[in-house]
Design a protein around this ligand. Structure first.
Ligand code: ADP
Length: 462
């Protein structure tokens, strides 16, 4: 329905697994005027109006008719604010998110619903736990437990007090909970006010205490109220044996044939030869992902191993990085290709057809790419950070299957690519690692169980 990164993977999959486990999970999202909305039918189940400062806005709650995604999906439609195509990048983003939160709370309050848990994801909805507790408008829901999940602690959604007028009346004795560093900080506010907060991996929970864009002190103080639950993957969508987006099924017990067929299709598409190790990168081209390091690292590796390795990039983001990566197409036409853009289908084929997937991330709260790579028999090359620590073991260690390095810098990337090239030459070892990684289980079943236990522990306190 709308996907920018891992947050969408989680919100699209977790409720499905929760429902299978006997819960009744529904998802509420802003309305995006995209293919999913055009292709599916919705009923208006609620409509009202609210105020954002002095501006009155109308909103509708739309419910998707058939539960096509495996859960009830509600969209909040607000003409002039939440009726657009893009997920981000509008100058009135703060107004969009605040209006969304207020409309949600109004709807739940006025329609007399009484959820056991409201589970909020990231700063966009970080004010909800506070408003439930400290705005008289929502006292009916003040006993509803809240969970707040941090998918990325670098983004706080902070704004100045000039926008305080957008909030409904709140108990000023508690207004300090909104604050961090002299502004309203929805992420900090949610960490303070939600009954529990979670991060998308245990290592990332630790990391936030020393790397969270200015909230380190808060996370160190609130550490005991946090819980790290690693993301799962949707094993129906990401099934290498049935995936319609890839060229041939990959059998987890004997992956060699399927891997080769997908590599052939992928290499044909990009006019690359199939007899060399293929190392790929998929993701947002931003500092967090270490994307700025790629042009120099790839140039060095491609020069040092002339003709012995092929490299492929799928991503979009910083214009400078996009341009530097695109330039490599001309410098190494036979061994390097960049595809700038977002392409879900191509991503599936790259996971299936590559030999290695590189993730030199500076910050990686969980990371899903390495989980997809593992499931598709592609060796992840990862920097040891956040969720990558929790999910990838170096093949030099006991029961290992990946390539790990310590620093987000060009030297470590080049060295790891060297290791990949050497590993690739040992076909039997590579085949063993593929079988080992494809036998791993990162499905949502286990993680969903942990969320369910958390919910139960909170409900029992009410
Ligand atoms: P983040 O949420 O920080 O971007 P994650 O690893 O949690 O990173 O999730 C990234 C998700 O987005 C994965 O499903 C990945 O396949 C997908 N993705 C990222 N960039 C692209 C792209 N350019 N084309 C297709 N899929 C992409």
């Amino acid at each position: 329905m709308a996907k920018v990164g891992g947050l969408a993977d989680v919100v699209g999959a977790l409720p499905k697994y929760q429902n299978e486990a006997g819960l009744q999970a529904a998802v509420v999202l802003p309305y995006y005027n995209r293919k999913f909305v055009q292709d599916n039918e919705f009923d208006v189940v609620f409509e009202a109006s609210n105020k954002l400062g002095t501006r009155r806005y109308e909103f509708q709650i739309l419910k998707e008719r058939t539960n096509i995604l495996g859960f009830e999906l509600y969209l909040i439609y607000i003409p002039g604010l939440l009726d657009r195509t893009e997920v981000y990048s509008y100058p009135d983003e703060r107004e969009q998110f605040i209006a969304f939160q207020l409309a949600f709370l109004d709807w739940i309050t006025w329609s007399q619903q009484k959820p056991d848990i409201i589970h909020c994801h990231d700063h966009h909805v970080g004010l909800i736990p506070f408003l439930l507790q400290h705005s008289a408008l929502y006292t009916r829901l003040s006993k509803t437990a809240t969970v707040f999940t941090i998918h990325n602690g670098q983004y706080h959604g902070a704004f100045g007090y000039d926008k305080f007028i957008y909030l409904p009346e709140v108990d000023m004795a508690y207004a300090g909970l909104l604050d961090w560093g002299g502004g309203i900080n929805p992420l900090a506010c949610a960490v303070k006010c939600a009954d529990r907060y979670t991060t998308v991996s245990p290592s990332y929970l630790q990391e936030l205490s020393y790397n969270s864009n200015g909230l380190e002190h808060l996370f160190a103080t609130e550490r005991s109220r946090g819980l790290g639950i690693i993301n799962g993957i949707d094993t129906e969508v990401w099934n290498p044996f049935t995936d319609p987006m890839i060229a041939a099924p990959i059998d987890a017990l004997s992956p060699q044939k399927g891997k080769q067929a997908n590599k052939q299709a992928l290499c044909k598409h990009f006019k690359l030869s199939t007899d060399k190790p293929l190392i790929s990168f998929i993701g947002r081209l931003v500092l967090e992902k270490g994307a700025d390091l790629l042009p120099e690292a790839f140039t060095r590796s491609l020069k040092e191993h002339t003709g012995a390795v092929n490299i492929l990039v799928l991503g979009a983001g910083d214009k400078e990085t996009e341009a530097a990566l695109t330039q490599l197409n001309e410098l190494f036409p036979e061994h390097y290709k960049t595809f700038i853009g977002y392409n879900e289908e191509l991503a599936h084929l790259i996971y299936a057809g590559s030999d290695f997937l590189l993730m030199p991330s500076r910050v990686e709260p969980c990371g899903l790419n390495q989980l997809y790579a593992l499931r598709y028999g592609t060796v992840p090359i990862v920097r040891r950070t956040g969720g990558l620590i929790d999910t990838v073991i170096d093949f030099g260690d006991e029961d290992g299957y990946g390539i790990c390095f310590n620093q987000s810098n060009v030297d470590d990337i080049v060295y790891s690519i060297d290791r990949a090239i050497t590993l690739y030459k040992n076909t039997a070892h590579l085949d063993l690692l593929r079988k080992r990684m494809m036998a791993l289980n990162f499905s949502w079943t286990q993680s969903a169980k942990q969320y369910n236990q958390l919910y139960e522990s909170l409900i029992s306190l009410i």
